[in-house]
Design a binder for this molecule. Structure first.
Ligand SMILES: Cc1cc2nc3c(=O)[nH]c(=O)nc-3n(C[C@H](O)[C@H](O)[C@H](O)COP(=O)(O)OP(=O)(O)OC[C@H]3O[C@@H](n4cnc5c(N)ncnc54)[C@H](O)[C@@H]3O)c2cc1C
Length: 374
């Protein structure tokens, strides 16, 4: 039996990029996934746009845009064949949103230009207000990108049902390693990680065969990709907290298709394939990267935390257990950025950026969670 330095559970974009950066640092890595590499979950369904976030300068916007700059450069340098730099146009959703765009302009550091209505029309985009074009943004081939990340890394299709940690060794179905990363998206059956508040949001996508000459990807209420080798991807994630992923046929795509038809000419669109999946968001919408607090032990040793006491000692942690998750609707923007951050932490001892460290959510959860007896 081969012994690994680290096992990553979950072969979505987050697990695959964590594995990639750990392997780059010389670790022996094993990746396990129940369904295959980006075969289910958010990463299989994603339109996989990589574009900046617009807004009024919130800290989530600046973190997202740092991630965008890093990940875009990373994809271009290392996997250009799976990242199509089509540009992405952000179109206001309605009149009010159109007014907001003039505000957003002040806060937006990413390279972008205004596209006026006439130019949008020339690109084949119907009746839209003045919009932003991010020409450095683009779209990933999601499964191909995940597979490319795992080249040279051991991967086994395996559903983790139980795991154990003894004598500083993780054992999962006979696979052994010193460290474990959970990159399981919206699912977590193994440890008490309620403080991170991970929840699923269900989404769907249809891939349509078409001759429409759409050279830029666009996002309004939903995403419509550029025409990539005869296929346009139409997708969105909006439905909160659906308990399990349901595979969808053409019927649930009707709503999306009619919104797409308001954006571009869909008259020759032929549905080729449908996808659905759940994306995982944290309580405060920031990613979750780093080690996991031992909740039971912490509450037993520090019962006053439940009544609002401050933490005076270091948190008690689950030994050699890490999480990489909570990337919401921007998994392909965040994955390389946080995958590198986690590898830098595990291998080089570099501090995790506090904006993504799950510790940030623990005390608030202790004080406020209705799940806890006070
Ligand atoms: C319709 C749709 C459109 C989207 N569009 C975009 C977009 O344009 N741009 C963007 O950046 N993001 C987009 N997203 C979000 C993006 O897909 C997610 O943020 C991202 O895929 C999350 O990746 P992940 O690796 O964290 O999780 P997942 O991709 O869900 O991977 C988790 C993996 O863990 C595995 N797993 C879970 N439990 C176990 C177990 N017990 N044993 C073994 N394996 C297990 C699952 O099989 C799964 O493969 C979209 C999402 C959807 C649904």
């Amino acid at each position: 039996m081969k012994y690994y330095d680290i096992i990553v559970v979950g072969a979505g974009i987050v697990g695959c990029s964590s594995a990639y950066f750990l392997k780059e640092k010389g670790l022996r890595v094993l990746v396990l996934d129940r369904d295959g590499i980006a075969k289910s979950g958010g990463s299989a369904a994603a339109g996989a746009f990589v574009s900046p976030k617009i807004g009024k300068g919130s800290s989530l916007q600046s973190l997202t845009n740092e991630a965008f700059e890093f990940s875009k450069e990373f994809y271009l340098k290392n996997f250009p064949e799976h990242f199509k730099q089509t540009g992405v146009i952000r179109i206001p959703k309605d009149e009010d949103d159109a007014k907001q765009f003039f505000e957003y302009e002040k806060y937006d550091a990413s390279k972008r230009e205004w596209l006026r209505e006439e130019k949008l029309k020339n690109l084949g985009i119907k009746k839209s207000k003045d919009s932003f074009l991010f020409d450095e943004a683009g779209v990933c081939d999601a499964p191909e990108m995940c597979e490319a990340f795992l080249e040279g890394i051991d991967y086994v299709q395996y559903e983790v049902k139980s795991l154990s940690y003894e004598d500083e060794v993780w054992n999962i179905g006979g696979y052994n390693a010193s460290k474990l990363i959970l990159a399981t998206g919206y699912e977590n059956k193994f440890f008490d990680m309620r403080y991170m508040g991970v929840k699923g949001t269900w989404g769907r996508r249809g891939d349509y065969e078409t001759k429409l000459d759409l050279v830029v990807s666009i996002h309004k209420k939903i995403s419509v990709s550029a025409n990539l080798e005869g296929i346009i991807k139409v997708g969105a994630t909006h439905e909160k907290e659906v308990n399990s992923c349901v595979l969808c046929g053409a019927e649930p795509l009707k709503g999306l298709f009619s919104i797409a038809s308001e954006m571009v000419d869909t008259s020759d669109f032929k549905l080729k394939k449908t996808f659905s999946g759940m994306r995982a968001g944290s309580k405060d919408y920031f990613p979750l990267v780093g080690s996991v607090i031992d909740v039971a032990e912490m509450l037993e040793k520090n019962p006053k935390l439940l009544r609002g006491a401050k933490l005076t000692a270091k948190p008690i942690r689950m030994e050699n257990l890490y999480v990489c998750n909570g990337v919401g609707g921007r998994g392909f923007v965040f994955a390389p950025f946080i995958g590198k951050m986690l590898a830098d932490n595990i291998v080089d001892g570099k501090e995790i950026d506090e904006r993504v460290n799950p510790d940030r959510l623990f005390l608030k959860w202790c004080r406020r969670s209705p799940d806890l007896e006070r």
